[in-house]
Design a protein around this ligand. Structure first.
Ligand code: ATP
Length: 235
């Protein structure tokens, strides 16, 4: 279980995350909803050790305190981050981008086995392994980014806004695969602005506004919530 208590992150004097509390339980897919600038990426970067959390923040995963752990130790503990904007190496091949996700794994046979799993999840990538990642469509690049995160064989996948700049049909395909990854046993924390599509696959959700959690509940309840419908579903 991922347990986050009193997470605060500041950029200079600006608090982008303020005393945030949430959890992802074993087997869950949890969505973090928030508009542009709400603080979703800040939370993800703090979880994966890329941004330092403030004093008093507590990040626990699988019973371990990772509040001040290095990104490498966090990957080793089973958390893998698929960043907003994909952050692929566009000139490198799809295969090389994927292999980079397994940089902590010394065993070649194990890496090949992980690659097979990624290809089974994203069959369209198997015909593109030699192509530069930058030559792929936006949806395929998102698949590579998720695949790269899965190459670390995480127990929890931190997935930051995978639907950005994708067509609705592609968003659906990507999120269906995320649901399949979760069903196969990986916990998922998914940041999204696309509330309806995200709540459809999640069990629970939290709503982030100006760096604070303002609402949380079962996905089905949040979908019916007036504030969520008004802010994210155009109701
Ligand atoms: P988006 O969907 O636009 O990425 P977000 O919910 O992920 O939004 P964050 O990127 O976490 O939001 O940003 C939260 C707030 O922190 C915003 O006001 C943003 O301008 C500010 N911010 C983010 N990164 C920095 C930084 N490195 N320095 C200063 N302010 C920052």
């Amino acid at each position: 279980m991922l347990n986050v208590r009193d997470l605060t992150v500041s950029y200079g004097s600006f608090q982008a995350a303020r005393e945030i509390n949430f959890e992802v339980r074993e087997g869950e897919l949890v969505v973090l909803l928030g508009a542009n600038g709400a603080g979703k990426t800040t939370v993800f970067r703090a979880l994966s050790g890329l941004t330092r959390a403030g004093a008093g923040s507590r990040i626990e995963f699988a019973g371990r305190d990772l509040s001040s752990a290095t990104p490498r130790a966090i990957v080793d503990a089973g958390m893998s981050h698929c960043p907003e904007g994909r952050k692929l190496f566009p000139a490198l091949s799809v295969l090389t981008n994927l292999r980079l996700g397994a940089y902590r794994c010394p065993d070649r046979a194990d890496i090949d086995r992980r690659l097979e799993r990624v290809m089974a999840l994203f069959p369209t990538l198997s015909t593109r392994t030699g192509d530069p990642a930058g030559a792929l469509s936006g949806g395929q690049q998102q698949m590579v980014a998720i695949g790269r995160a899965l190459m670390a064989e995480p127990r929890i996948l931190l997935l930051d806004e995978p639907s950005v700049s994708l067509a609705p049909k592609v968003v659906r395909q990507v999120l269906e695969t995320v649901a399949a990854i979760n069903r196969a046993g990986t916990m998922v924390l998914l940041a999204e602005q696309n509330a309806y599509a995200a709540l459809e696959i999640a069990q629970r959700g939290y709503v982030l506004e100006n760096g604070r959690i303002v609402l949380d509940g079962a996905a089905a309840d949040l979908m019916q919530h007036d504030e969520v419908r008004r802010a994210y579903m155009g109701a």
